[in-house]
Design a protein around this ligand. Structure first.
Ligand SMILES: Nc1ncnc2c1ncn2[C@@H]1O[C@H](COP(=O)(O)OP(=O)(O)O)[C@@H](O)[C@H]1O
Ligand SMILES: [Mg+2]
Length: 405
């Protein structure tokens, strides 16, 4: 099994997937725009070969460079788990006649309007929505969607340039803020909780499924730098909270004809308990959610994905043992981290529930949470009972203060 893997060294979790591929016996041929010497060691050790391309910007040039480099060697897969290069991966597959997502299939998981149309056509609930390439189109779309409305980039990420608008005036203001974006998605704002539905699939079969609960909603987090985010992987997805999203997720995967790889869907649970589609990616979730899934089952899904992608199976025991809450801390104050206030007491009390903890060490500069997803701290707590996992997680949110100054 020979796998061409795009960007094995970046973003941060890619080396873990590359290592997973090598662990299941694949020969991994990395293609990146970094010099080989700049690759993280885990990636370098797992690669059988590496090509540094001049740039990822020109797809045809990349195809040419890869073709030349491969000359004489057979390839079975082209894999890419970084959203930004998913079209390039599809272009390479089409150029080399390989299985996996085509460009058209990629558009369904990259373009927020195309995906909602496909989901809606299957009779599933999506927010009222419209595509806008001009101000006039945006106004026409919001007329149809109504207020409160959401305006966001058609292919955004990380809640960037995403605004809730309660009325015409706020919509006008939002349009000014997103004036630099070529194409927008305008939507009805959905009230309620926000959760994920994630899978690893092979040949259209779901081999692993997962629901995580965002607290708070990502958009709120992006706008409030002081909040510690919690992301909770739920042990039992047949319970009332996750169940509507699991049912929706099954329908969505079928509607999109998704075949093989990771999927990451986001959905809203309205106060009435209805699941409404948010978006879906044909890739793993970021923000260390794969780590949280691993902690909830004591498995290695980096390797699990690799096995599914290469051989169509997932042979680890993926039964969930724990509700796993992940907390990201953002330091209060500016400058150098001076204190981990409350840490000793928390560990004395809840040490048994803590699976992992990494904080910005005292004496080091506070990190920029816009660039480093974990901010100034990453804590994983877990327990078979959801109420206990939530209780401990709340304590780390409220009673641990990373103090900078
Ligand atoms: N229709 C909507 N109703 C309510 N909240 C929304 C809606 N669309 C987006 N949001 C909020 O904005 C966030 C970012 O939007 P999303 O479509 O997930 O884009 P991305 O995650 O790619 O930035 C969501 O996680 C959610 O909190
Ligand atoms: Mg999202």
């Amino acid at each position: 099994m020979h796998v061409v893997y795009l960007s094995p060294g970046f973003p941060a979790e890619m080396p873990l997937f590359v290592r997973g591929l090598a662990a299941v016996g694949a020969k991994v041929l990395g293609v990146g725009d970094q010099p080989a010497g700049a690759l993280p060691p885990e990636a370098r050790e797992a690669l059988s070969d590496y090509l540094q391309v001049s740039s990822f910007g020109d797809e045809q040039k990349v195809v040419q460079e890869v073709r030349q480099w491969l000359r004489g060697r057979s390839v079975d897969r082209v894999e890419c788990l970084w959203e930004r290069l998913m079209y390039l991966a599809a272009t390479l597959r089409e150029a080399f006649g390989l299985p996996g997502m085509s460009r058209a299939q990629t558009a369904i998981v990259r373009d927020k309007e195309t995906m909602k149309q496909a989901v809606e056509q299957a009779g599933l609930r999506v927010p009222r929505h419209g595509r806008a390439r001009s101000k006039a189109e945006a106004w026409a779309a919001v007329e149809r969607c109504g207020y409160p409305a959401i305006v966001k980039p058609i292919d955004g990420a990380g809640s960037k340039d995403t605004y809730r608008c309660n009325d015409k005036q706020e919509f006008e203001q939002a349009l000014q803020k997103v004036a630099h974006i070529d194409e927008l998605s305008v939507e009805e704002f959905i009230e309620g909780e926000e959760l994920t539905y994630d899978t690893v699939c092979a040949d259209g079969r779901i081999l692993f499924e997962n629901v995580a609960w965002y607290k708070p909603k990502p958009m709120i987090l992006a706008q409030n730098p002081w909040i510690s985010m919690q992301n909770i992987v739920l042990r039992d997805i047949t319970q009332e909270l996750p169940r509507p999203g699991v049912e929706l997720g099954h329908g969505v995967l079928k509607a999109l004809g998704f075949r093989t790889g990771f999927t990451h869907m986001e959905w809203f649970r309205t106060p009435k308990g209805e699941a409404v589609f948010g978006e879906i990616g044909g890739r793993p979730p970021g923000a260390r959610l794969v780590h949280a899934m691993n902690y909830s089952c004591d498995i290695d899904l980096f390797r699990g994905w690799a096995e599914a992608a290469c051989y169509g199976r997932l042979s680890q025991d993926t039964r969930k043992k724990y509700n796993t809450a992940m907390i990201f801390k953002r330091a209060q104050g500016e400058g150098i981290v001076r204190e981990h206030r409350g840490l000793r007491e928390l560990l004395a009390r809840y040490g048994n529930e803590v699976a992992s903890i990494e904080l910005t060490p005292i004496g080091e500069p506070k990190r920029d949470w816009r660039k480093v997803v974990v901010g100034d701290g990453w804590i994983v707590v877990r327990h078979p009972e959801l109420s206990r996992a939530l209780e401990v997680s709340e304590r780390f949110v409220n009673d641990l203060l990373i103090v900078a100054g």
